[in-house]
Design a protein around this ligand. Sequence first.
Ligand code: AMP
Ligand code: MG
Length: 496
Amino acid sequence: MSAHTLEQLPFSNSFASLPAAHYTRLAPQALPAPYLVAASLEVAEVLGLHPDELQRPEFIEAFAGLRQLPGSAPLAAVYSGHQFGVWAGQLGDGRAHLLGGLSSPQGHWEIQLKGAGRTPYSRGADGRAVLRSSIREFLCSEAMAGLGIPTTRALCIIGSDAPVRREEYETAAVVTRIAPGFVRFGSFEHWASREQHEELKQLADYVIDTFRPEFRDADNPYSALLADVARRTGELMAHWMAIGFMHGVMNTDNMSILGLTLDYGPFGFMEAFDAGHICNHSDHQGRYSFRNQPAVGQWNLYCLAEALTPLIGDADEARAAVDDHFGDVFGNTFESLMRAKLGLRDAQPDDETFIGELFSFLQQHRPDYTLFFRTLSRLPATVDAKEQAKTDAALRDLFIDRSACDRWLQQWRSRQAQTPWADAKRQHSMLATNPKYILRNWLAEKAIRQAKNKDFSEIENLLNCLRSPYDEHPEFEHYAALPPDWARGLEVSCSS
Ligand code: AMP
Ligand code: MG
């Protein structure tokens, strides 16, 4: 397959074909004196962009908002949403410019700049993003893709020395994201709240025609769409919970209609296990704590159901589209992901109890969540009592109370005996489902500190490691480690 130059990217711009009410066309505001911070060859390939293009000065200019790519038609979309459970009214792309969409052999992709200046939806803010949050978004989207979790992707980060004021002065950056689409639950809430049902229908028809054309033949296409979003959101929540991901700001304007992880802000990955962990320092009530995520996902779906009710025709039917799909899909997906993590070959009637007890055990003893499963993956299903302390040493070392670890392992081994599976096969399967590498806060922080000194090598190293997090990377062994002392008490706020 021949790859394109930047100028040859075949823009087609489906979102821009919606009526003008849905967005404002406007050019990005270029970053002054831009330079390349990081780029993903894998995402370039997804777009059908030739790898050499990443070296061209025009690449920096295009993704700093300085040079318009032929065929692109930049715009900022309008949406509204519920923030922290409260109706926030109109929000919109306050610092995002959708350049347009294109089709490649790997699908349809919309390309968006984040941090390229003010738009009519900026609400008094500066339209910029800081280098720190851009690095976090870039790395985490690619880490999630590596983990196999639905997500927007990131092509590159372009930096600038232009100062941006947050709690203190930082420097600006633009991160380029790609996704099949960036439509949010809040995009629908926007029109429903204004009782503009014509625009509501235009948006729903656009989503159905572009992404789910098969629903055109359903009895009620809008109900089918909502049921689909409920299923995808259920799957997404199950993936987040199984991998230990916390989004941090699950407002309805950050919820993707395509079930993708969207808008990376104060996210976190679970380290020492605590189901009540709140990764967003600004979330004082803990609304978006780890354990609340599935319930919040459902709450957000009810907001979407209410917004789609004028099209579906009946409020009960709309709520039922959520109730009939979200809970079951979440529960079944989560259970099967946990079964895979635990190396259970087949389902057993008591698995729900077994998994519930596992989480109580983790909550009580707080081992590192990722290391726990990765280490468990290498243990044998049967063990000689005399050898046990030695065989299980690596897992026991994650616990202060080692006899508690022994007791749980005994239960795990009894459960293994119910559905026996050859060690080698089970271990192979577990290692492919329990990552060795996640984007720990301290890793992101280290890359950010170096980048502030213009050393971008750590971003590239992390990208290379995290794109295949289930593989061993001897050169990156240290990335699998527990947080070092300097990283204790790192806090992540909404500020970005
Ligand atoms: P977020 O919390 O990042 O999802 O943003 C919520 C809303 O605020 C969205 O409409 C954003 O576009 C907008 N927003 C956040 N930061 C900025 C900024 N620096 N400039 C303009 N708009 C922003
Ligand atoms: Mg957002």
